[in-house]
Design a binder for this molecule. Sequence first.
Ligand code: PLP
Length: 376
Amino acid sequence: MKKIYLDNAATRLPLASVIETMSRYMHQHFGNPSSIHSIGRDASVAVEKSRKKIADMIGASTSQLFFTSSATESINTAILGAILSWNIKTFITSPIEHPAVLQTLTFYKNIFHLEIKYIAINSNGQIDVDSLENVLSANKNDSTCVILMQVNNELGNITDIQQAGNLCKQYNAKLICDMVQSMGICDVVLSTLPLDIAIFSAHKIGGPKGVGLLYINSEKPIAPLLHGGSQERNMRAGTENVAAIVGFAEAVEWSFKNISSTITHFSTLRNMLLQELQQGFRDIIVNTDITKSSPKILNIGFPVNTKTEMLLYHLDIENICVSSGSACSSGTHVMSHVIQHLPTNMQQVPLRFSFSEDNTLEEIKYTADVLKRILR
Ligand code: PLP
């Protein structure tokens, strides 16, 4: 039986056009972009054309964009660069950021004697941007940097980055925004957003894994994370993954072109799943704030009982792939750090359903029916 893949916030099946473009580049344009000869120059032109394509789509200039190996690497570069080049001493973030942010800040905290402050999460699981003002006003200096994600990868909840950015400007703080789950959902027009750094990843939007993007809105370069060759204008040493970069640009173009149909499709799938589950179960908790969230993601808490204990595995046996949003270490499941910050955290087994353009209403109906069968 065909698998039903509802874990598209983890990664998405690469688009057919991406695979086709990448395969062509791997066969025909395999050169090293740093080589002087024509095969190398071809590869270099491919990288620069991709940069231009992405820059035009996201409202940036090519000089502001740097390719990396992942959003995780982009986040690590941004944080270290902010510490070393902007002399940042205080980071303000939320406790529901991606581990790439939280763990990196924790790692550098003792090394650089940083202060890390966390802003509040409200009862809807939304980052309380108003509380950012209180924290910023208590830190009036120019060595503060705020790091927030726009779309939470576990809940789908959307933070008002314009509002956060305006507050940062008012209090002279830098703003780094993790926009990994934004593309194809939010209007990403960087020229209109008060941001210093933004971070993207290709594999969430139908591009390949292992390529990320760093947008730096600053006259002066920041210190790089990786040292070696002079690739990416000395910002990221290491031979460029040319085929992946070209695939990334293809995926960005596709996601911008299809944004309105994508949003309509995701909303239809999410509304149907929510309705089916709310009709089928009286005691579920809707962790996603439906009023202000990405329609790609629906996070539902099921009551803790013997039937929900192995829910993820039961669904897998039924060929349904979803995520619990929980980290799994040494075979032991740990409750997700995001769900832990919700008021209902102890009473639920969370499931994150996340959609792609390929999912159908039949798949959603089947998933809801299987859940009803397992849990009744
Ligand atoms: N930030 C968010 C919000 C994410 O969802 C992810 C991926 O799960 C990342 C960062 C890390 O992305 P990558 O897999 O490109 O390192």
